[in-house]
Each structure stands twice: as C-alpha cells, then as structure tokens.
Design a protein around this ligand. Structure first.
Ligand SMILES: [Zn+2]
Ligand SMILES: [Zn+2]
Length: 144
C-alpha cells in the first residue's frame, strides 16, 4: 500500500513538472525541476515515471532529430517546430493533424499505422533577425 501511494505521488510530481515547464521539457529538465523541491528523488525514478506515463498515454513524447526527447502535456496530436539556431521548441498552432497522410503511408508500405510526428526546422523570429543583422555586419565589413 505504501509503495502504491509513493508511486502515485511520484507520477503526480512528474506530470505536474511537465505541465509547469510547459514548453516541452527534456527528461533532464523535468528531473532538474523536481529535484529542486524533492532533493531525494533519483534521476532513475523520474525517467522511469516519464516512460510509464508515456506508455499509458498520460504524457506525450516527441522524438527530436539530433536532440533529446521532449515531453508534452498536450495529448492531442499536433506538430512541432524547432529553431535550428537557439533550439527553441514549440507547437505549430492552427495546423491540424493530417490524417490522410497516415492512410497514404499505410497504402504505400502496407504497415498498420500508429501515427506520425513532424518536427519542422527553421529560424525563430528572434534568430532570423539576429542572423540578418550578422549578415549586414559581414557585408559592412566587406565594404571597408
Ligand atoms: Zn531561435
Ligand atoms: Zn507539443
């Protein structure tokens, strides 16, 4: 009984941390957040709980190309975008999940589809501005 209770509390802590961090934390970030308040919790416990919460559908996990997996408290399917310069990672708002894509891939591969994830890559507005300024700087230097 005590064990079940402890497990429940740990799961709640992990879910609460993912919600609090909101912007798709990595497992490391979730652990860093929880350990601030509960210094006794181990990394293994946090990672194990993250995995089991994903398995039972209470948290989402996004595999990020050339980066650590991110955890998501939003459970409906949606797409993500990552800034290739600062690493900022966010939801793509207002683009619905393309159901037809799964059907097309199923037809092409004869797989029984689960779903698809898309992580777009680009420069966020801040980085695009910074890159533009750097470019202008470089061009300015050339002129001298
Ligand atoms: Zn950026
Ligand atoms: Zn998300």
């Amino acid at each position: 009984m005590a064990k079940i209770k402890r497990n429940t509390i740990q799961r709640q802590l992990v879910i609460a941390a993912v919600r609090f961090l909101a912007d798709h934390p990595t497992a490391e970030e979730v652990y860093d957040r929880i350990v601030m308040e509960y210094p006794d919790i181990s990394k293994g416990t946090v990672y194990r709980n993250l995995n089991s919460l994903v398995e039972c559908g209470l948290l989402g996990r996004v595999s990020v190309p050339s980066g650590a997996d991110r955890y998501d408290h939003i459970l409906s399917r949606h797409y993500h975008i990552k800034c290739s310069r600062c690493g900022k990672f966010m939801n793509v708002e207002n683009i619905d999940y393309i159901q037809g894509l799964d059907e097309k891939v199923a037809a092409a591969t004869h797989y029984k589809m689960n779903h698809h994830d898309i992580v777009f890559s680009g420069l966020c507005p801040d980085c695009a501005k910074a890159a533009e300024e750097e470019e202008a700087q470089l061009l300015g230097d050339d002129a001298n």
